[in-house]
Write a protein that binds this ligand. Structure first.
Ligand SMILES: *[C@@H]1O[C@H](CO)[C@@H](O)[C@H](O)[C@H]1NC(C)=O
Ligand SMILES: [Cu+2]
Length: 126
């Protein structure tokens, strides 16, 4: 009886340790990328993702002046045509952290003309 209880709690400890390792592992492997690097989120950022490997769970940090720019999560059509659908998620803190979902992630600035000037990023997260 007491032996059975002992091994049950040992099993609980093992499970807890495994969970901690899993959380730790994901933490170590999620990277944060500053969009546009030192230049920040601005015009002609569309080529910034080139040559980088992104993983689902990685975080994009958008640094910008919130009085002149924003970040809007859009779909492929919105990215291509530089339009944001009504109800699209708009970020405007000036230092937004956005976690990448698996697959394609598209962000534009929807201040007039900015996206057309390359203030847009398309990122594939594996
Ligand atoms: C940006 O997109 C949001 C969400 O679609 C919209 O409410 C807002 O009016 C847009 N801003 C501009 C400047 O187009
Ligand atoms: Cu802008």
């Amino acid at each position: 009886m007491s032996l059975g209880r002992g091994s049950a709690s040992q099993a609980m400890v093992v499970v807890a340790v495994l969970l901690c390792l899993l959380v730790h592992f994901e933490h170590v492997h999620a990277a944060t990328y500053t969009v546009g690097d030192s230049g920040g989120w601005t015009f002609n950022t569309d080529s910034w993702p080139k040559g980088k490997r992104f993983r689902a769970g990685d975080v994009l940090l958008f640094n910008y002046d919130s009085t002149t720019h924003n970040v809007v999560a859009v779909d492929r059509a919105g990215y291509s045509s530089c339009t944001s659908p009504a109800g699209a998620k708009v970020y405007n803190s000036g230092k937004d952290q956005i976690k990448l979902a698996k697959g394609q992630n598209y962000f534009i600035c929807n201040f007039s003309g900015h996206c057309a000037s390359g203030m847009k990023v398309a990122i594939n997260a594996v």
